[in-house]
Design a protein around this ligand. Structure first.
Ligand code: DAH
Length: 400
């Protein structure tokens, strides 16, 4: 805050200095005109500090006048002020310059006096200059109402959650292979989650114990209209095929929900990335080639891929895919046991699924795959517990 007291005081100093200006001119004249011992006596009585003050006053007032005329108090302005106060053209230097014309005695006395004046003069001059600059700064601060001297606040820069990073990375790889990214609802109808995916009514996943049903809507007359939290991202296959005709190449990342008790490798909510390709003449070889390219891009060229026969209701044949362990490269170790780590399920789309959405299974075929995002996070980063992904501890999350 600029104290108006301060600027008032400065103005007062200037005013009184102006008033004294004439008197000072006289003093300076007297000193510089010392000719004989009578003259010397005249100046001997003058209080040195008084002269200094008055002299300073004159110079300051002159300089201040200059400044207020438009000279801004930047570095140059301050320098100009200094020059006027103690510089070569200042009154004090004028006096000193005159000394050489005096005889020995005069020289000694006038020289002494003037130098005393000068030394008394210099400190207050510096003071005045610094007062001036701080006053100027205060004024500036007041104008902008912002304190430039306060330390800045550095906002913390966040980063994408590891799950989002992996989804982005996987999407990037498949987009590179010509796939499009699709989405579907997390709150899903029984029909899309099970029936349309060739999953029979007696499948254990359909039981109340296994799946989150939304209250009140389970016991509708038509069980297919029961509403649940989707147990996988596979229903997006159906939703996409209902709307669009093949050829289709899509991936669908998103959340899935299961009635699992949380433990180091399970959480009731987790993420999957679904893949679906529907086209003419797609073979199991296309599926293998696609997933091999994908795995090597995600985990590295040195990793091997293995297909193991498996069963899924919506694919025939079906397989589970393993990637060779990064630690032992397939030899078998403490981390993997067998040398292989499971990363996804896949298979050739069951003709029943295609027919369900009106795709001619004689003309078109397809393959599908689904992977767990958290599982990939474990394999890529060696996480010991997937629950850490959802503790929301920034110290953990900011490592990725
Ligand atoms: N939906 C399966 C699951 O959650 C994973 C899966 C397996 C998806 C095979 C597929 C697939 O698309 O073809 O376990």
């Amino acid at each position: 805050m600029v104290s108006s007291d301060k600027s008032k005081k400065l103005q007062k100093d200037i005013d009184s200095a102006l008033k004294q200006a004439e008197e000072v001119t006289e003093v300076v004249k007297k000193i510089s005109e010392v000719k004989d011992s009578d003259d010397l006596k005249k100046i001997e009585g003058i209080e040195i500090s008084e002269v200094a003050k008055k002299l300073l006053g004159t110079e300051v007032s002159a300089a201040v006048k200059e400044i207020t005329k438009g000279l801004s108090l930047n570095t140059e302005g301050i320098e100009e002020l200094r020059t006027k106060l103690v510089g070569r053209k200042s009154a004090i230097t004028g006096v000193l310059r005159h000394i050489k014309d005096l005889d020995q005695i005069k020289k000694k006395i006038v020289g002494q006096k003037t130098n005393q004046i000068k030394s008394q003069f210099e400190q207050p001059t510096k003071q005045i200059i610094s007062n001036f600059s701080s006053l100027k700064l205060e004024e500036k601060l007041k104008e902008t109402a912002f304190d430039f001297t306060l330390p800045g606040k550095i906002p913390p820069i966040g980063n994408k959650h590891l799950v989002t990073q992996i989804i982005d990375e996987v999407a990037q790889i498949f987009v590179g292979l010509g796939y499009q990214v699709a989405e579907g609802p997390e709150v899903e109808l029984d029909y899309y989650n099970f029936t349309a995916l060739n999953t029979p009514a007696d499948h254990p996943a359909r039981s109340l114990q296994d799946t989150f049903y939304l209250e009140g809507v389970k016991d509708t007359e038509n069980p297919e209209e029961a509403v649940l939290l989707r147990t996988h991202t596979s229903p997006v296959q159906i939703r996409v095929m209902e709307k669009r005709k093949p050829p289709l190449y899509i991936i669908a990342p998103g959340k899935a929900f299961r009635r699992d008790v949380a433990d180091p490798s399970h959480t009731p909510m987790f993420h999957q990335i679904e893949g679906l390709a529907v086209d003419k003449d797609l073979s199991f070889g296309d599926l293998k080639g696609t997933l091999e390219v994908f795995v090597k891009q995600l985990f590295g060229e040195d990793r091997a891929v293995r297909f193991r026969p498996h069963f899924f209701p919506f694919t025939e044949p079906s397989a589970e895919v393993d990637v060779s362990c990064a630690l032992c490269m397939g030899e078998g170790c403490r981390l993997c046991g067998s040398g292989w780590l499971e990363i996804l399920g896949c298979g050739m789309v069951d003709p029943n699924v295609l027919e369900e959405v009106g795709v001619d299974s004689e003309e078109y075929g397809g393959f599908a795959f689904g992977m767990g995002v958290e599982r990939i996070a474990v394999l890529k980063h060696g996480l010991d517990d997937i629950r850490r992904l959802y503790d929301n501890d920034v110290r953990f999350l900011e490592q990725f």
